[in-house]
Design a protein around this ligand. Structure first.
Ligand code: PEP
Ligand code: MG
Length: 588
């Protein structure tokens, strides 16, 4: 609540993960003040080095505890995110370098360690590689840990508050996002990013209301202020007044009651008001997400992003490790299909075991299927794990990301056949599909169709590549409109081409969790959607109120300039007139 004199301040960002929160905001920064310059007597060298060693050991222990906790709450794959930090703290470059500054320059341990960290940080920044964002976050984490042990505070976290709070970050990398405890994080407010950035996707799967792209608005949210934040609209009220707080509590009560009526369900197709069957499947960012998918009654997994097996890792995950992760997911949705997407690395997601050169335009660079085809051992390893899981459970489908040419599909088929012969199963019984997320594929679906079994529409990247809008650039986020007329027309053509080519077609991009976006897709004939598990209950409820026939009429004649330009407002009016509840609650 606002103190007398603190007028409410309104800040606008981009809605990134649903839900609203009221709470105290805590600014989380990776920084800790640089220790003052302090020299020691030559006779104190051993004592000082011992002090450093003790702080280092305590920091490693703290990370191990966190790692174990993560393994038991989220799983082994997620827990591995901490391994690079332990390795960094054991790296002779860091350890010996610090000892040398103590021995040769008579620096106090904290000053020596901080100097060494600064040097390593400079070397990383010099490479100007996007991959360094995650590594820098790790380096800054260990800096905070060791320095806080050296100054006696003994923090074992990254400076995260122990109490419940809305956390405010300048930026948030996926490896930091996965460490947040959803039980204590009321919400996230992030200066950078857009709603399709991977940290935002992760926040959605962790169920944390999130507003991104706040930019300079961050400076208007003081640490310790009370905020009311809405991850569905991107609105943040700093120092909310009494009427706003009352309205918030009333709305939350209504929603809790509403949700309790339809939250948990067994998997089954959903019907529109006029009886069309629609399939709702789950998007998983990590194996653990399958629990939520099962709880909300998803009909299997429509997109299993596998990057989290490799992102930030120093060694390629073994075939067995991958098999275990895939099996975990298959067992989490008994009897249902699991569409596994092969490593979509590059762009903003980097494993540390690959020497990925810095690129001017990483989203147009060495990414996804291009990397896998260039590194056949990495690709084979993953395909072997998938085929073994398929041989054991028979419900896998393989989805290739970022395809732009037939050649990529044919080369994948060759590798798949080799791996299948090796594993001792037939490659032809695993359905192979591609993401439709580049304009090149939209234009050549007829050429590709005879060589694939299904397609999945990736509206996030297709919007980025069609509109020439970087999906990670908060400044451009208002231009990243997945319902731009160019895209709506594309969705129409894609559906037509896939049907003509006899391909199964689904949608796994985020557009399907937006009420207007979903209505357009249903109107164009799409019937199979894959969503973040947290979006499934509300979207299921919404679908039950929509008429596919009405929507098809509203989406007719989109070649007509007038019809296509007015599509969004026409559908907005339709939803307002037809749906008996507030859709802005979950529209983005
Ligand atoms: C997409 O591009 O729409 C998609 C679903 O894939 P990702 O968001 O993982 O790039
Ligand atoms: Mg994509």
């Amino acid at each position: 609540m606002s103190d007398a004199g603190d007028a409410p301040v309104h800040v606008l960002g981009l809605a990134a993960a649903p839900g609203r929160s009221l709470g105290v905001v805590r600014r989380v920064s990776w920084d800790i003040a640089a220790p003052p310059h302090r020299t020691i007597q030559p006779g104190d060298i051993d004592v000082e080095i011992e002090r450093f060693e003790r702080a280092r050991a305590e920091a490693i222990e703290g990370i191990r505890v966190l790692r174990e906790r993560t393994a038991s709450t989220l799983g082994e794959v997620e827990a591995k995110i901490f391994d690079p930090q332990i390795l960094m703290l054991e790296d002779p470059e860091l350890v010996e370098g610090t000892r040398r500054y103590v021995r040769e320059n008579f620096l106090a341990a904290d000053r020596a360690f901080d100097w060494r960290i600064t040097e390593i940080r400079m070397q990383m920044l010099d490479t100007a590689h996007l991959m360094m964002a995650d590594r820098l976050a790790d380096l800054m984490d260990i800096r905070v840990r060791v320095l806080s042990h050296l100054d006696g505070r003994g923090a074992d976290t990254l400076g995260l508050p122990a109490e419940e709070a809305v956390l405010l970050f300048e930026d948030l990398t996926p490896s930091v996002a996965v460490r947040l405890d959803p039980a204590r994080v009321l919400g996230l407010v992030i200066g950078a990013g857009s709603r399709t950035a991977h940290s935002a996707i992760l926040a959605r799967s962790l169920g944390m209301p999130t507003v991104v792209g706040v930019g300079s608005g961050l400076s208007r949210i003081p640490d310790g202020a009370t905020v009311l934040m809405d991850g569905d609209t991107g609105r943040i009220v700093v120092n909310p007044g009494e009427p706003e707080i009352r309205a918030y509590h009333e709305m939350e009560e209504r929603l809790t009651e509403w949700r309790s009526q339809f939250w948990e369900r067994p998997p089954a197709p959903v019907s529109t008001a006029d009886g069309r069957s629609i399939h709702l499947r789950a998007n998983l960012d990590q194996p653990h997400d399958v629990r939520a998918a099962e709880r909300v009654g998803a009909e299997g997994v429509g997109l299993f992003r596998t990057e989290f097996l490799v992102i930030g890792q120093r060694v390629i995950p073994s075939e067995q490790e991958q098999y275990d992760a895939y099996r975990f997911v298959l067992e989490g949705v008994p009897g249902q299909p699991v569409t596994l997407r092969t490593f979509d690395i590059g762009g903003d997601k980097f494993p540390l075991f690959l020497d990925m050169p810095p690129e001017e335009n990483p989203y147009l660079g060495w990414r996804a299927i291009r990397v896998c085809l260039d590194l056949p051992d990495l690709f084979r390893n993953q395909l072997r794990a998938v085929l073994r899981a398929h041989a054991d459970y028979g419900r896998m489908r393989i989805l290739l990301p970022f395809v732009t040419s037939l050649d990529e599909v044919l080369r994948t088929r060759e590798i798949l056949a080799e791996v299948a012969a090796d594993v001792g199963c037939g490659d032809e019984d695993v359905p192979l599909g591609i993401m439709v997320e580049t304009p090149a594929v939209v234009e050549t679906l007829d050429l590709l169709a005879p060589h694939i079994d299904f397609v999945s529409l990736g509206t996030n990247d297709l919007s980025q590549y069609t509109l020439a809008v970087d999906r990670g650039n908060a400044r451009l986020a208002h231009l990243a409109d997945p319902l731009h007329p160019a895209l709506v027309r594309m969705y129409h053509r894609i559906h037509r081409a896939a049907s003509a080519g006899g391909l199964d077609i689904g949608v796994c991009g985020d557009l399907a969790s937006n009420p207007i976006g979903l209505s357009v897709l249903v109107g164009l004939g799409y019937r199979d959607f894959s969503l973040a598990p947290t979006s499934i209950p509300e979207i299921r409820e919404l679908l039950g109120t929509l008429s596919a026939t009405d929507l098809a009429e509203l989406c007719e004649d989109l070649e007509d300039p007038e019809r296509v330009s007015t599509l969004k407002p026409r559908l907005g009016d339709y939803l307002r007139d037809t749906v008996p509840f507030e859709t802005s609650r979950f529209s983005r």
